[in-house]
Design a protein around this ligand. Structure first.
Ligand SMILES: C[S@@+](CC[C@H](N)C(=O)[O-])C[C@H]1O[C@@H](n2cnc3c(N)ncnc32)[C@H](O)[C@@H]1O
Length: 286
């Protein structure tokens, strides 16, 4: 887990151990202030997709869900609404900073726990639904994480994984019509380089249906989507770039002047920004 640091984590006087961990860990550290903005934008962009699928799985009152790498509150709250006071939602993350109020907000249905999906024992209890969105792409030991999520399902329970596939559609501006769009796409390519350096698999999304089948799940299905032009794409992009700008500059992937120019271009709302495609895949434990 990356320690909190506003810039590159490599400033004068930094503890070398903390710096070394920051260089290895999750790039978009939840303890940075932009993380809350990013979670809200992700919710706006992807919650409708996530719940369109979940509402087809037959989730109902009294059921138990595990939301893995929950990040912010929106998905746990949506699950709590569906399972009601007789159900239960466990929201876990390696960093629960943005889940603090959930126990009260969820009317006692939601529990939160700091938990590393690839390293900690899966919670007991036989879940009806285990869901992880945009999490596994960042986890180095993805195969172990997948095994642990499947172990946590009751027979007949659904594993629902949603993950990005930036290599499938790598552009921030698919319509590269001018210098603003070209700069945007170059900075996006720098962001991908930083993610890859930390062990992210940038072509992971497309593998999900096969991985679920190979893990023995049945009724495996998948689809994919990516928004273009949503105002939330601009909010997400500005917050992400602010969060990683120190690292982009330190690695020579962008200058401060280019980053300022890009942020001003994004703020005009005229770039037709896209996200990476998100693959949604699901299957049942026999
Ligand atoms: C891109 S955010 C997605 C958050 C949320 N699932 C969503 O879709 O809005 C990735 C989240 O995964 C969490 N994460 C990263 N590695 C993890 C791990 N090994 N175990 C559990 N959570 C992890 C991060 O802390 C972060 O909250």
């Amino acid at each position: 887990m990356a320690e909190h640091d506003a810039d590159t984590g490599a400033g004068a006087g930094a503890d070398p151990e903390v710096t070394a961990r920051a260089e290895r860990g999750y790039l978009l550290d939840n303890r940075q202030s932009e993380a809350g903005t990013r979670f809200e934008a992700l919710g706006e962009l992807f919650d409708p997709v996530t719940f369109r699928h979940i509402d087809q799985f037959g989730l109902r009152a009294g059921m138990r869900c595990w939301e893995v790498g929950a990040g912010g509150p929106s998905v746990p709250l949506g699950l709590a609404e569906r399972v009601g006071p007789t159900g239960a939602v466990l929201a876990t993350d390696i960093d629960t900073s943005w889940l603090a109020d959930l126990t009260d907000l969820g009317g006692g249905v939601i529990g939160t726990r700091r938990h590393d999906v690839a390293a900690d024992p899966p919670p007991a209890g036989g879940f009806d639904l285990v869901h992880a969105r945009l999490v596994l792409v960042h986890v180095t030991d993805r195969a172990e994480a997948l095994r642990r999520m499947i172990q946590a399902l009751r027979p007949g329970g659904v594993l629902f994984l949603e993950d990005a596939d930036p290599a499938l559609q790598p552009l921030l501006c698919p319509d590269e019509s001018g210098p603003e769009q070209r700069l945007a796409n170059r900075l996006r390519s720098g962001f991908r380089a930083l993610m890859a350096e930390r062990g992210a698999d940038l072509a992971y999304g497309r593998t999900l249906p096969r991985l679920l089948r190979e893990a023995g799940l049945t009724d495996v299905r998948a689809d994919a989507c990516f928004p273009i032009t949503s105002p939330a794409c601009a909010v997400l992009e500005a917050a992400t770039v602010r969060q990683i700008r120190g690292r982009l500059v330190a690695k020579g992937l962008a200058t401060d002047e280019e980053i300022e120019r890009h942020l001003a271009n994004v703020a005009t709302g005229r770039l037709d920004l896209a996200t990476a495609p998100m693959v949604s895949a699901w299957g049942r434990r026999p």
